[in-house]
Design a protein around this ligand. Structure first.
Ligand SMILES: *Cc1c(COP(=O)(O)O)cnc(C)c1O
Length: 403
């Protein structure tokens, strides 16, 4: 590509100089015809890989009928999707929107409104966790409290109390009269693929019950089957009050959702919240098609099985190359390879090398390489990815020996 490529795009991304032309299942093909094994899936979005026939059919059939009507009218496809999402979760009601940040914004509003209509308008603060990522709007960067994303954007949105992730004493210390909710990612993604202890999740539920707070979860990345269960919090055996999700829910179609109990959503009445695009017939058709596959008999068990196989092989990789990788962590098909920074291994450099070898991954904080393959990967794809990871690890060691 020419040096001027993308010169008229706002300069908010450090992009790699590759343009993909098409996707085939778990592979991406660039404009020069080179094939890559896709283990980042558009950051956990292409949950069923690329050009999945069932999704293509749903999208094209709906595209010929009706795209958008706005929420002034009934949208039967959305009624059906909401009903199915509720049947496969703790939730009673769903609000559809277009992105993760929008789902988080709406869920934060829901939590504050909940206490407002219950006669406790003083309860509006939310306890959040350090290392969190909730999106890029003013409210969500304020909630996550990551200085890197706040710098230069003026005063933070008030009302968030950030505590160390996993520290129950700190959570309890942060709860006060004004607290409305606790917001947490069951598995921090961007923050370095850090799973919350299941005990921490249960303790959060208990603290919320004790103090009359809502437990609101960010499952934008870890939801929709990514961990081998429909929702990541199911591993802890708890039910939250609300969940914000997005990414995989549309399989590549921009879509987000807030799932909530009737009680949690009691403040959400006509006129208090809205979105123009959210829940339009095109999105809902694709969302239903994604769910058809996720809910197929044995699909999530298959995700769990292939994920355990991948995990086992990554542990062997780490054990064989301890000066390159320190550990593997995560859950299901949301895995992080922690690079050995003490030995000078930098995740971004290794990610570039993996890409040159035909494997696409994505970075995360704490020197982590994130593996977020489509949920449709098979054993052969795991083996192919491992062979590339193995070769890259050996190359790091050889370069060091040569130096
Ligand atoms: C990606 C992400 C978001 C933000 O989603 P957008 O669709 O980019 O707004 C929020 N929370 C988590 C955990 C995410 O991974």
């Amino acid at each position: 590509m020419s040096a001027q490529a993308g010169a008229h795009l706002m300069n908010t991304y450090a992009r790699s100089d590759i343009a993909f032309e098409r996707g085939e299942g778990v592979y991406l093909v660039d404009r020069d015809g080179r094939r890559y094994l896709d283990f980042y899936a558009g950051i956990a979005v292409n949950a069923l890989g690329h050009a999945h026939p069932h999704l293509v059919k749903a999208l094209t059939e709906q595209a010929e009928k009706l795209w958008h009507v706005a929420n002034l009218y009934r949208i039967p496809e959305g009624e059906r999707l909401a009903e199915r999402l509720c049947a496969s979760s703790f939730a009673d009601v769903v609000f559809f929107c277009n992105s993760g940040a929008e789902a988080l914004e709406g869920m934060i509003k829901l939590a504050r409104r909940h206490h407002h209509v219950k006669g406790d308008p003083q309860k509006w603060r939310i306890v959040t966790c350090e290392g969190a990522f909730h999106g890029r709007t003013m409210t969500t960067i304020s909630a996550a409290n990551n200085p890197k994303y706040l710098e230069g954007f003026g005063p933070k949105v008030e009302g968030f109390d950030s505590v160390p992730f996993g520290n129950m004493n700190a959570v309890r210390d942060a709860i006060r009269q004004e607290t409305a909710a606790i917001l947490v990612e069951p598995i921090q993604g961007e923050g370095g693929v850090r799973p919350a202890d299941l005990a921490f999740m249960r303790d959060l539920r208990q603290a919320c019950d004790e103090y009359g707070l809502l437990l609101i979860l960010d499952e934008v990345q870890c939801g929709n089957g990514r961990t081998g269960k429909m929702w990541a919090h199911e591993w802890a055996g708890i039910a939250p009050d609300a969940v914000a999700t997005a990414k995989g829910i549309g399989g590549g179609f921009p879509m987000g959702a807030i799932l909530a109990t009737t009680d949690a959503a009691q403040g959400m009445v006509p006129g208090v919240h809205g979105t123009t695009f959210g829940g339009n017939p095109l999105a809902m058709a694709v969302g239903n098609a994604v769910l058809d596959v996720l809910l197929e008999d044995g699909f999530l068990d298959g995700v769990d099985r292939v994920a355990r196989r991948l995990w086992g092989k990554l542990e062997d990789l780490v054990a064989a190359h301890p000066t390159v990788f320190s550990s593997v962590r995560g859950a299901g098909l949301m895995l992080g390879l922690v690079c050995n920074g003490d030995e000078g291994v930098v995740n971004g450099e290794l990610i570039a090398d993996l890409r040159a070898r035909g494997l696409l991954t994505v970075g995360a904080a704490e020197n982590v390489i994130r593996l977020l393959p489509p949920l449709t990967i098979e054993d052969a794809h795991v083996d192919e990815a491992l062979a590339i990871l193995e070769a890259a690890a050996q190359a790091v060691e050889e370069a060091r020996d040569a130096a």
